[in-house]
Design a protein around this ligand. Sequence first.
Ligand code: SF4
Ligand code: SF4
Length: 380
Amino acid sequence: MRYVKEPTYTKFITGDIPRFDDRNTAFSNGQREGNKYTSMHNQCVENLKKGKKGKTVLDAATFSAGATVDYVVRRNLLGREIVPVYNTTHRLESPDPEKISSIVKEKARWIGADLVGIAKTDPRWIYTHWGEQNVRYSQAAEVGDPIEIAEDYPFVIVMAHAMGYEMVKRSPAVEADTDIEYSKGAWCSASLATFIAELGYRAIPAVNEIGINVPLAVDAGLGEAGRNGQLITRDYGPRVRISKVFTNLPLVSDTPIDIGVQKFCEVCELCSTYCPSKSLMKGERTDQPWNLHNVPGMKKWPIKAMQCLDFWVKNGNHCSVCIRVCPWNKPNDLLHKFVRFVVERNIMSKTIVYFDQLLGYGKQAKDLGYDIETHLEPRE
Ligand code: SF4
Ligand code: SF4
């Protein structure tokens, strides 16, 4: 791993990057086009009624249990400023930025974050306006309300929450670690924001609200952006969910890292090959957007986001295949630490991709069932 002066996406910038409007995410657009996210949940119920393998009532109950804290915290705390509970009158005077940064990161880990880093809030990664999906779940604003926070909250603390390797292997059947890690993101960001608010500083916790997670996380030194559009971290690959806290607490930014993702993704393409909806690009990066879900100004592998969401609707639950098949997605044991050491140096990348498939990494889990009948009867 190398520390680098600028995030690794910088060399692919070809022009001005316009800020993205949250109303243009596939989720928001999908709501306008007939509430696709709700259709996905309706399909989920159809699947569980039929007892489909990997999508039974037990599977659906698992992801629902995982999402419980997420739904409650999102609706009450995320996407808005946290109000201190006890210390409403004083603030910590001129904290040393180095020391308080280190304490904030220690608190983030104590609360439960697996990775944490700090960046300056880059206005390019802040949404221009609130979109339908984030408004629906957070109720922190109205659709179309402008978002201008970069000046008042000059730092962002970004946290990553690791999903389990075995659970992700189930995808595109139900994998509930997306949901439980969303809950951890909600819990961690809200708790860390409370810590900062009690010190007398401003703090907005968020998971999907307010800004685009991947570039914020790259800026904070947590990893790099991959072909699959996700953050690739050194320890967990793309198998993470992200949360963040925007603040005016004076902090020190972390240094971005280069773990070899850019070159590796150029030769790999496994996510694109196995994406069930063909939403991920093969070949060279482009700075040409497919549609309103992408922005110009940077060469990357833009995603056909609505195509992806349409698959989720058909599938009846979200999909993590592009995480499952990624060669960076490995258990964090000694053997795989060695493989990561080789991958980072971009040595034998093609060979690694070949053996990854030959050895069966990235295959869907064979056993998706529970040892219990899942026939249903009407509730009384
Ligand atoms: S989530 Fe699934 S459908 Fe969407 S891009 Fe990834 S692999 Fe493709
Ligand atoms: S599967 Fe391959 S191409 Fe896709 S993100 Fe992972 S390393 Fe990059």
